[in-house]
Design a protein. Structure first.
Length: 127
């Protein structure tokens, strides 16, 4: 019995080559950690990959806790947030600064460039 012949081997090769060009090995973007809707425009969203947040040592020693809200703009392609700004303070500058630093190092993308989004970071000490 003869093995079956491929009728369109070029198509398969072309398909595989397209995949290599579109998604080079090791450069695929991982999925977003979360999708945040806009408070003002329900049709708008932002995908966000949050940079690791480091609890400041002095804040931990002083048992400073709280939530920080950082507002920012996003682009259509993955990039750092534009114009990040603390809009709700934890009441502790060290925590606010760390939330702002982490936000600035995060990566975001949106379907509505120019719309402001916000992300909340909570600092709490677990015993």
């Amino acid at each position: 019995m003869k093995p079956a012949k491929l009728r369109a081997p070029g198509l398969l090769l072309l398909s595989a080559a397209w995949m290599l060009v579109a998604f080079p090995a090791g450069s695929q973007e991982p999925p977003p950690e979360k999708r945040i809707p806009s408070a003002d425009k329900p049709e708008c969203w932002v995908d966000i990959r949050v940079s690791p947040v480091v609890y400041p040592e002095q804040a931990r020693k002083r048992e400073e806790t709280g939530a920080v809200v950082v507002e920012f703009d996003a682009r259509e392609k993955w990039a750092a947030p534009r114009k990040p700004k603390v809009t709700v303070s934890s009441g502790f500058p060290r925590l606010d600064d760390e939330a702002l630093r982490a936000a600035a190092k995060s990566r975001v993308r949106t379907n509505c460039p120019g719309v402001r989004f916000s992300h909340r970071t909570v600092f709490r000490i677990r015993e």
